[in-house]
Design a protein around this ligand. Sequence first.
Ligand SMILES: [Zn+2]
Length: 236
Amino acid sequence: MFLIKQLKRGYNDVLNILYPRLCLSCNNVLHDTEYNICHNCLANLHLTNFDIKQNNPVYNRLSAIVNIEKATTLFVFDKTGIIQELIHKLKYKNHQKIGKFFAETARNYLTENNFFNDVDYVVPVPLHPKKLQQRGYNQMTEFGKNLENYFGVPYVENILMRHIYTDSQTKKNAFERRENVNKAFKINNPEKYVAKHFVIIDDVITTGATIEACAETILNNIAGAKVSILALTMVL
Ligand SMILES: [Zn+2]
C-alpha cells in the first residue's frame, strides 16, 4: 500500500514538472492546495451575492426595461481586476477551462439559492454565424454545458439566433444601438417552447441592450415564456 502511494506521488510529481498546473488568471504555477485559481487571484475575485440580496442592482436595472423573473451576476466587476482577465482569456484566447470554473462557481453558489429551480432551458446570447466562424467558438459554450451537467437543465444554442450582423456599435448613440440590437435576434420553432422558462447567459453585461433584446425576443415570440438572466459580471 505504502509503495503504491509513493509511486502515485512520484508520478504526480513528474506530471507537475512536465505539465505544471497554472493559475487560470495569472499563469503562476499552482501549489498543491490551490485549484484552478491561485490564492492571490482568488483574494481579488469577489462574489456579488446579488441573488440573495434584497436590493439586487442587476435585477433592478434589467427589470426596469424588460419583464424578467430573476437576474444575477457571479462576480463583482472590477476594471483592472481578475474577472476582466478571466473573461478576456475565455472570450479571445479560447481558454475554455475558465468556462468550467465559472460553472463550478455557479454550482457552489446558486444551488442553495434555487436559482435554477423552475428553469427549463439555458441559452447563450448568440453570436452571428459570421462572428462565430471568425472566433471559432461561442465563449459561453463551456459555461453552458457545465451548467447543464450541474443543474440538469438543457443548454441549447439553436433556440435564440442572431440573424443580423451588428459590427462595431461604438459610433451609434444609445437609442440607435438599442434599435439595432432589437432587430438582431429571432427564435427557431417558437411553438416548441410555449410557457417555458429560459435563463439567458452572457459574459459581461455593459449597457444591457443586447441581453434585454434577447429577453424581449423570447418574450415577444414564445407564448407564455419566462426569462431569467445569469451573467458572469456586469458593469454597474
Ligand atoms: Zn493567480
